[in-house]
Design a protein around this ligand. Structure first.
Ligand SMILES: Cc1cc2nc3c(=O)[nH]c(=O)nc-3n(C[C@H](O)[C@H](O)[C@H](O)COP(=O)(O)O)c2cc1C
Length: 350
């Protein structure tokens, strides 16, 4: 069924918005920032939260890496300043995943999310991420072990299944609920699709029928309209937004405001956009250190430029773009940001 197809007549239309309770937080029609490795570090999550995103999720933290003291895995646990700190753990072995979840909680996590949907080859070859959708007994054993190890809410993020011949999300969600999981998120693609094609929000609806706990729908949601469509097609209680937030950390908050009927949140422009990008850049350097921070910030700078262009700004000159995306000196980079982004917004407003 295409995403815009009407709901089958046998299914009740969505009429009530059930609250999504996560520990001490209750949201109606919440918008989540998706976990994205290499993207949703603490600086990005803080920005999204400040713009009104209801819940933000860390990048996936690998259980084995965390336990050997891997620096990147440990940095991913950071959540200072967030109202609700959700840490996503990936693991393939119940006891090890449970230990990692406990470490995350000891480091301040308010919620543990289990990654059962990552399609990356290096993850599924290690039998974690979406590979767990091929072994529901192992997936269930991981849930049981993690639930026993931590007192905070445990949630699960999954895809529809491994491929179209095995759409096991309803069964995995049912087992998760039976083992005390608080909420399930489903990306409307199978593992073998990776990011190809369109997310099938209607294919998430059987998960709605299988569980009573809150359900979050994910995949290709990029506006209040697509969020409404995804909620309607899936019967989910909230949405999760990933790639559309790149270069637009204000977008999840803007969608949350629209879903709640609050006043529109305007995208920053002019000096405000330049200041936001500069703040993000400096926060990344403060968080990751100069060497890693400068390099990691470049993709965000490129996304900010792309987002401004797709919002109507004239493209920046190729030489200016190159200068910004190759600057090694943070002082020079900030100067370029201030100059290019203020000018971008002026051109976009013209
Ligand atoms: C670069 C990148 C990294 C991702 N990393 C993770 C991750 O660490 N954990 C996870 O569960 N999903 C991860 N995802 C999947 C997203 O959370 C999300 O399910 C997917 O992008 C679909 O949502 P979207 O269409 O809104 O982007 C990643 C996706 C991308 C593009």
């Amino acid at each position: 069924m295409s995403r815009h197809s009407p709901q089958p007549e046998t299914e009740a239309p969505r009429t009530v918005d059930r609250p999504v309770v996560l520990g001490r937080w209750t949201h109606r029609r919440p918008v989540f920032l998706a976990p994205m490795s290499g993207i949703t570090d603490l600086p990005f999550r803080r920005l999204a939260a400040r713009f009104g995103c209801d819940v933000v999720v860390t990048e996936m933290v690998a259980s084995d890496a965390l336990q050997v003291g891997d620096v990147d895995a440990t940095v991913r646990l950071a959540g200072e300043g967030l109202a609700c700190h959700v840490v996503q753990i990936a693991g393939r072995e119940p006891a090890q995943t449970a230990r990692a979840a406990k470490m995350a909680v000891d480091a301040g996590a308010d919620v543990i999310d289990l990654n059962m949907g990552c399609p990356a080859k290096r993850v599924v070859n290690g039998w974690s991420g979406a590979a767990l959708m091929r072994d529901l007994d192992l997936a269930t054993a991981i849930i049981v072990a993690v639930r026993a190890a931590v007192a905070v809410p445990v949630t699960v993020k999954m895809r529809l299944g491994w491929d179209r011949s095995a759409l096991v999300a309803p069964e995995l969600a049912r087992r998760a609920e039976a083992e005390g999981v608080t909420m399930v998120t489903v990306h409307g693609r199978t593992r073998d699709q990776f990011y190809e094609g369109e997310a099938d929000w209607a294919a998430v609806r059987p998960v709605r029928a299988a569980i009573a706990i809150p359900l979050i729908v994910n995949g290709d949601i990029a506006s209040p309209e697509t969020a409404e469509d995804a909620l309607l097609a899936s019967g989910a209680d909230g949405v999760m937004i990933g790639r559309a937030a790149c270069g637009r950390p204000w977008l999840p908050g803007a969608i949350s405001a629209a879903l709640a009927g609050r006043p529109e949140v305007p995208a920053p422009s002019g000096a405000a956009l330049a200041a936001l990008v500069a703040e993000h850049y400096e926060a990344m350097i403060a968080h990751h250190g100069r060497f890693v921070g400068v390099k990691a910030a470049r993709k965000h700078l490129a996304w900010y430029l792309d987002a401004a262009e797709s919002a109507g700004a004239a493209p920046v000159a190729a030489a200016d773009r190159r200068a910004l995306l190759t600057a090694d000196d943070p002082v020079r980079a900030i100067r370029l940001i201030e100059c290019l982004f203020a000018d971008l917004s002026a051109r976009s407003a013209a």
